[in-house]
Design a protein around this ligand. Sequence first.
Ligand SMILES: NC(=O)c1ccc[n+]([C@@H]2O[C@H](COP(=O)([O-])OP(=O)(O)OC[C@H]3O[C@@H](n4cnc5c(N)ncnc54)[C@H](O)[C@@H]3O)[C@@H](O)[C@H]2O)c1
Ligand SMILES: [Zn+2]
Length: 386
Amino acid sequence: MSTKKITIEFPTGSAGYDITIAYGALSGIGKWARRSLSKDAARIAVVSNPTVFKLYGEQAVEHLRSAGFDVFVWLMKDGEVHKSFRNVERALDFFAASDITRTDAVLALGGGVVGDLAGFAAAVYLRGIAFLQVPTTLLSMIDSSVGGKTGVNSAAGKNRIGSFHQPSGVLIDTGVLKTLPERELTAGFCEAIKHGSLSGKKLLEQISAFLEDYRTPDLASNFDDLEFRSRLDEMISEQVSFKASIVQADERESTRRTDARSRKILNFGHTLAHALEKVTDYKYFKHGEAVGYGIKYACELSKTLALIDENIVNLLNGVVHRAGTLPPVSKLDPEEVFEAFRFDKKLVAGSLQMILLKGIGKPVIVNGDDIKRSTHIRALKKLLNQ
Ligand SMILES: NC(=O)c1ccc[n+]([C@@H]2O[C@H](COP(=O)([O-])OP(=O)(O)OC[C@H]3O[C@@H](n4cnc5c(N)ncnc54)[C@H](O)[C@@H]3O)[C@@H](O)[C@H]2O)c1
Ligand SMILES: [Zn+2]
């Protein structure tokens, strides 16, 4: 088993941590947790959901116990709607009932929903205790487990309540992707394409070649192939490196920064994604699928503004296409989607900050309000096949 390690360090003084990536890494979770936590850590509260726990939970708990930890398991219901305050409260009550102290830790075993909620609960329990991330979806491996954003949904909107709370370590077992449903893989690949578009040709070509060589619908059939495993580990580790490089230089997503390496650029494709999710009541798209459409939209706008040419648009549309089938959008109303852009406006000084491209690896932050309404509507109609 070859292991890759990426170290994230913050110039701000926040503690850095390692992201460990290996096929089969779960078998080393006990020793890894020992290395990642302070020597006083005695108890671990594992947060997961029934779907993931049934597949990988017992194995993880057994290895943690063998490493000498007292382990307590709390399962939240599966699904985005359960990333709620109510469940944070339940998790906190569970930590208290399990006598988790300030030297102990919370460990998230699951996708981004489990990771975001568990991280937030760890951030507020006893004013913040250690937190370990063991992401089990492609999206959570390459995106949500790295960078310290934690939070829950509320009446105010999705992810409107949360905190920055960096994990003490991230353990990625790429082997668990074997059981991940196809739509979740497509969603994760769309975020990977987002990273490729922002980083530059090398990362984009890597994900593009991977998707050409291994088709998403039958990805699971490749897991016995050693070359596939090594390509998968390599791809995930390059993705994580890119995300780490951005977040370590702008840990808390400074509202003032507008440069090409600010953490805000990671919102590439997200203005439209959030609007699509909102008009469909967060029930129709997987988040990453909506990002797939968002990338296409950002490319179309970038071309209309003469920032990039048709070749780059075609290139990126082609890679998104290879990520898998996206849910049809022809029934959505362009005007309604446009109106939903407003929602993102509330975030920074009432302006719509959109991330566009001047080229592969060359993001620019533009004010979406400077783009004419008619330009948005025309691009939306094209995207929605109308
Ligand atoms: N914190 C951040 O920086 C950040 C970044 C991006 C997204 N997010 C958040 O992440 C969430 C989305 O995360 P997600 O895409 O991982 O979805 P998810 O956590 O809902 O997981 C998707 C589904 O896959 C199942 N699953 C997980 N691992 C599995 C495995 N190995 N085998 C079989 N099934 C498995 C889950 O039970 C779930 O049903 C959203 O809430 C989003 O807001 C956070
Ligand atoms: Zn996203």
